[in-house]
Design a protein around this ligand. Structure first.
Ligand SMILES: NC(=O)c1ccc[n+]([C@@H]2O[C@H](COP(=O)([O-])OP(=O)(O)OC[C@H]3O[C@@H](n4cnc5c(N)ncnc54)[C@H](O)[C@@H]3O)[C@@H](O)[C@H]2O)c1
Ligand SMILES: [Zn+2]
Length: 356
């Protein structure tokens, strides 16, 4: 597969590349003379040697954070920031995030805050980080009050997505990423969804995944370009997330990957929209078929109550005067945001398979 370059009007490009090879050249073109790598032991063990071989003496330091969402924390931010500052960075020191979304979000926040902003390069190594977390400039850590509540907008100078790293990614992580990939295709429209359907059976193992990843990044890029500060249509990216976040909180992190929760949330919201006459009939059935081919779950595990999900959705950041703002897909490419009241949320949870 050859490299695909996706330019953003925000001033950087996303390179979907077969390997890490070529990254050195791209960094040189940016004028980077010193790079500090932030990663974790899992990614470094699997792919660190290849990165070291590619970048050579350009790398001045490696900083490892422990693996896991629990370390996307203020404590870890302070530790990594301190380590970066110990290396006496200057304004040209590039922070390179090498890993999944957890590394990307934390390293991005370190880059946003060190010396009031160091140049950031995202090298995502999970499907989710490639198509979602690394693009768009949102950086964050989690705090006891909630996920991603402390952070900054800090656009990267370059995103380099090396497809070869996906070969070592556990199947479950691929499936999670596919949840967000379906979401992007639904947001994009009929042609994108049909193209995904055409290659869906066994997609994770196929050559076509590179093209699908590039398409997915183009969708995310288009939306964040239009609305970099999340004041308007960027909210469409929350499709499936109101229920998805509630499922994550109630079912517990670990049992279902984030993208799987989003997939369940997306399908339920389309089912609700069909019931209320807002969506075209047959859309949810079509999505269900696609999910089957991609090994995505179509419903919750048994024993999750609708009350617990509704309670969790009530505390969603998008709440407004007793109503919850829900992103609706009426058809591929036809998105809207509607305020709904509690009964609709109860039905939404039921349509995801929650018990009364
Ligand atoms: N900034 C944004 O816009 C944005 C968007 C979506 C998600 N996020 C954030 O992204 C995070 C989730 O990202 P994620 O799903 O990548 O999870 P993750 O970063 O935890 O990665 C999942 C697991 O895969 C491992 N891993 C990474 N690359 C690997 C590889 N090539 N081979 C084998 N194992 C590998 C990781 O070490 C980890 O154990 C969440 O914290 C979420 O909030 C941010
Ligand atoms: Zn998401």
């Amino acid at each position: 597969m050859s490299r695909r370059t996706i330019p953003l009007t925000l001033g950087y490009v996303v390179e979907v590349a077969p390997r890490l090879e070529g990254l050195r050249h791209a960094l040189a073109a940016l004028g980077a003379r010193r790079v500090v790598v932030i990663t974790n032991p899992t990614v470094r063990d699997l792919h660190g040697a290849e990165l070291a071989g590619e970048l050579g003496a350009l790398i001045s330091h490696w900083h490892e954070m422990p693996d896991g969402e629990a370390y996307k924390s203020l404590d870890e931010w302070a530790t990594v920031l301190g380590a970066v500052l110990e290396g006496r960075p200057d304004r040209d020191t590039h922070v390179l995030a090498f890993g999944g979304g957890v590394v990307g979000d934390l390293a991005g926040f370190v880059a946003a805050t060190a010396l009031r902003g160091l140049p950031l390069v995202q090298v995502p190594t999970t499907l989710l980080a490639m198509i979602d977390a690394s693009v768009g400039g949102k950086t964050a850590v989690n705090v006891p009050q909630g996920k991603n509540l402390v952070g900054a907008f800090h656009q990267p100078k370059l995103v380099w997505a090396p497809l070869s790293t996906l070969a070592t990614l556990p199947e479950r992580e691929i499936v999670g990423g596919l949840g967000e990939l379906v979401k992007h295709a639904v947001i994009e429209g009929e042609a994108a969804l049909a193209a995904l359907e055409a290659v869906a059976p066994g997609l994770a193992r196929q050559e076509e995944i590179g093209e699908q990843i590039a398409a997915s990044i183009r969708t995310k890029a288009r939306i964040v370009e239009t609305d970099p500060w999340e004041r308007g249509c960027r909210a469409h990216l929350n499709l499936g997330h109101t229920l998805g976040h509630a499922i994550e909180a109630v079912v517990g992190f670990g049992e279902l990957r984030h993208g799987e929760c989003v997939a369940i949330g997306l399908l339920a919201v389309v089912r609700l929209a069909e019931e209320l006459g807002w969506a075209e009939a047959g859309f949810s059935e079509r999505l269900g078929t696609l999910y089957g081919q991609l090994s995505l779950p179509t419903a919750l595990p048994a024993g999750v109550s609708s009350a617990s999900l509704v309670r969790s959705m009530g505390f969603d950041k998008k709440r407004e005067r007793g109503m919850v703002r829900l992103v609706i897909a009426a058809a591929p490419g036809q998105l809207s945001v509607r305020s709904v009241e509690e009964p609709a949320l109860v039905r939404l949870a039921e349509l995801a398979g929650a018990s009364a």
